[in-house]
Design a protein around this ligand. Structure first.
Ligand SMILES: [Mg+2]
Length: 175
């Protein structure tokens, strides 16, 4: 098999799995595996890219350091997703400190994967539903795709591509 040196980095909540949304229309991470619902077409879309791309999840889970959720709940959710979607590796940042290099919008998790898998980041993509995802991707010089969930979040961020759902990714990344 040809060794893959490019990747698609997916955000988790609101991108591969459904996120909860607060009353004022901002996303909230699920707390346990019983709340886990996959986004439509997540398996189909990832299967399509697996031949040519390594598939990673990069996810901020600050509820753990804020004492609002337990690490073991996050790990269990991640394990289920990893198995079901055949993700190569899940990178999780539990910190809620914005200066933490691993926490998106910082690019630490992307560089960690690059180092391990010798990735060509300019041929890699970051896909997410929030500004933090897009910014992390831009800092690491990846191509960026925003899934526009129309949250109540102002944005001055310009992704390379904007789509309305995961399936539209098939039109952007050709395999
Ligand atoms: Mg998200």
């Amino acid at each position: 098999m040809v060794k893959k040196n490019k990747a698609i980095f997916f955000d988790r909540d609101g991108t591969l799995i459904k996120t909860l949304v607060s009353k004022n229309n901002t996303p909230i991470a699920i707390k346990n595996y019983k709340q886990l619902r996959f986004e439509n077409n997540s398996k189909l879309v990832i299967e399509r890219f697996q031949k040519k791309y390594l598939i990673f999840i990069i996810t901020n889970q600050p509820d753990v350091s804020r004492g609002k959720n337990l690490k073991k709940n996050v790990i269990l959710i991640n394990d289920i997703i990893k198995k079901k979607l055949k993700i190569d590796q899940v990178y999780t940042c539990y910190s809620d400190k914005d200066k933490n290099y691993m926490r998106k919008p910082n690019p630490g998790m992307i560089y960690k994967a690059q180092k391990k898998y010798k990735l060509n980041l300019s041929q890699s993509y970051v896909v997410g539903d929030r500004n933090k995802d897009i910014l992390a991707g831009k800092k690491a010089k990846c191509k960026t795709v925003l899934i526009n969930k129309r949250y109540n979040i102002l944005s001055e961020i310009y992704p390379d591509f904007k789509i309305d759902n995961l399936k539209e990714l098939l039109k952007i990344i050709k395999v």
